[in-house]
Design a protein. Sequence first.
Length: 337
Amino acid sequence: MTLSVALRSLDLAVPIFQAPIGGIASPELAAAVSNAGGLGHLACTWRNPDQLKALFATMSQLTRKPYGANFVLDFPIEDRLDVALACGVRAISFFWGDAARYVARVKEAGAIAIQVVGSIADARRAADAGFDLIVAQGREAGGHVRGELGTMTLVPQVVDAVGKLPVLAGGGIADHRGVAAAMALGATGVWVGTRFLAASEANIHPQYRDLVLASDGDNTLYSELFDIGWPHAPLRTLKNATARNWEAANRPAAPHRPGEGEDIARRADGSQIPRYFFGSPTRDVTGDAEAMALYAGEGVGLVRAQQSASAIVSELAAGLNVVSAASNARRSRARSA
């Protein structure tokens, strides 16, 4: 497998990228993934600059390996991006919009620039803008979903559209079989979120983790239901009590949804979480965590046990060996023909 200059600069043992799964992506999780040879990722959009400085200081204590910082373009990111670059974060990824205006700043700081896309047209724009790496996110993905095409159709068309630029496949990939399939589609690596919800190091509420382990792909919902704080942004979640009650009421629009306006949980700082808020429950949440937005992709049925992040990386990486073995076998047959 040939890696691009940008990927080689990250010194990865395997091209397994942990997706930035909101507040669930603790520094312990991101560091463990990077220490295992992949690339851990932190969600940085909703932390203020001082919180980010503390977060990156913690990361420097947990790993000497590169890791990534993700920014969502529907929110103010300027000050937060400055902190990440000043602190030497080596991989900067952008989601939910065209981040072309940030490419030069990222590269001047010595980091690689990553654009997450949901369409072939967006991939072409990212390639023209000079991004080092593109993530093609299929509609099967958990959390917020940018495009309409599935991973199986999106990835090879993005690969063809952007030439030699490396592409990561995201959406529905949760075990070594998904990794092998992504590589067969032409991807250079994978972008995995749902599988890492079950990592021991994840900052996930125990009830949320238990529901992930008990669910399958039939139990996910693609909607704009959890929109408080981030409107008009489709996402895939587990079908919990909030979703079931909404569906039973014939999917009314806000502000006429069941339980609209009520607070259902509380953060450690005492702040209330309203029903239909877009965030997922972390460990420190109290109250009705089950009723919150429980991000999960259609591959959730392949997530069957809590494991260490390093064990997850190793199992995913076995899919790379399947592709390598098949490639070696083809070369051997060609030589003997």
